[in-house]
Write a protein that binds this ligand. Structure first.
Ligand SMILES: [Zn+2]
Length: 133
């Protein structure tokens, strides 16, 4: 898609530090890493959001995520890894080409975990009903 930086990266038109690539997806180092080895995994096909496209787009990313996570584990030997996918500006997505963040983690690295709101807990049965009716 014209004007999409990730489309330019996956086709090789824009520079990036690619660490894994296959027929359907490319993994490259984040230009503003939050940790050593912070990597973005994007499908070659332009898909804006997780809920766009079809399941095969997600499968393509998942396969590359699996291979890239193994690579990061093997070469950097982190204590853990955080996988994050932001869909929509409300979630923090700032490049509108589907991608997954892989952030190697080490004990004591100071990264903040998942936010919780103990004073605003939802009724889980109500949420389940809303999602399954
Ligand atoms: Zn794109």
């Amino acid at each position: 898609m014209a004007g999409c930086i990730f489309c330019a990266i996956v086709t090789g038109e824009a520079p990036a530090h690619v660490i894994y690539a296959d027929d359907d997806a490319v993994a490259f180092l984040d230009r503003r890493p939050s940790a050593l080895g912070h990597t973005l995994v994007a499908p070659r096909r332009h898909v804006e959001h997780l809920w766009d496209g079809d399941a095969e787009d997600v499968v393509a990313v998942a396969r590359a995520v699996h291979a890239t996570a193994a690579l990061l584990h093997d070469r950097l030997q982190p204590d853990g890894l955080t996988m994050r996918q932001n869909t929509g500006a409300a979630s923090g997505q700032d490049v509108f080409h589907l991608h997954v963040h892989l952030v190697p983690r080490w004990h004591g690295d100071g990264h903040i975990g998942w936010p919780t709101r103990p004073d605003d807990l939802p009724d889980l049965a109500e949420v389940q009903a809303r999602l399954t009716r």
